[in-house]
Design a binder for this molecule. Structure first.
Ligand code: GLN
Length: 190
């Protein structure tokens, strides 16, 4: 059996936890820090962290244009939290650097400073038989999306897991629980 190789962008943020999830889901994780690293992967995860910092580092390491090209060529990408922000075409009130490959508008830190982090059970029909324990950390809210975007899960009526073709994005951190259903779903997209 040939195992899929999943890159995790490892410039800043919580990439380590994705490594264990990728292994648990039955694939091989690889750290991505350079253009060359992108050549050997079947899919890429952009982790949570600080989207402005990750955006600047993507530019500094010259990864931004190459990543856009790879995505244009069909590279499957899963962005979690800051990763979702980097995938969004529109970021409310911000001109920060981004990949901008998904037809969504997001507002950063939108659950308010009083509630920086919280957990909730989220139903993900067709992906996980049980509700997924979703960890939200200074999470973005998806305020708008095009008809090409499929909403796979909602929390309090807001989209929190979405897909557009080969791009998947969650406003929460699926790597911070024991449930690898969403990572397995990403592998199934490849
Ligand atoms: N608030 C962060 C940002 O705007 C995202 C937080 C996270 O990834 N957990 O980039």
């Amino acid at each position: 059996m040939i195992l899929l190789k999943i890159g995790v962008l490892a410039l800043q943020g919580d990439f380590e936890k994705h490594f264990s999830m990728i292994r648990k889901a039955g694939a091989v994780p690889l750290k991505i820090r350079s253009i060359d690293d992108l050549e050997y992967i079947d899919g890429l995860i952009i982790p949570g962290g600080e989207s402005t910092t990750i955006g600047k580092l993507l530019k500094r390491f010259n990864l931004l244009p190459h990543l856009k090209e790879k995505i244009g060529d069909g590279l499957p990408v899963f962005g979690t939290c800051a990763g979702m922000i980097l995938l969004a075409r529109e970021i409310t009130g911000s001109d920060q650097l981004r990949i901008g490959a998904m037809d969504i508008t997001v507002t950063r830190n939108a659950y308010g400073s009083q509630v920086d982090s919280f957990e909730a059970d989220v139903n993900v029909p067709g992906i996980s038989a049980e509700p997924v324990r979703a960890v939200f950390i200074r999470a973005p809210i998806v305020t708008d999306f095009s008809p090409e975007v499929k909403v796979l899960a909602r929390f309090e009526d807001r989209p929190v897991l979405i897909r557009q073709d080969k791009l998947l994005a969650s406003s929460f951190h699926p790597e911070l629980t024991d449930n690898d259903a969403i990572h397995r779903y990403f592998l199934s997209m490849i």
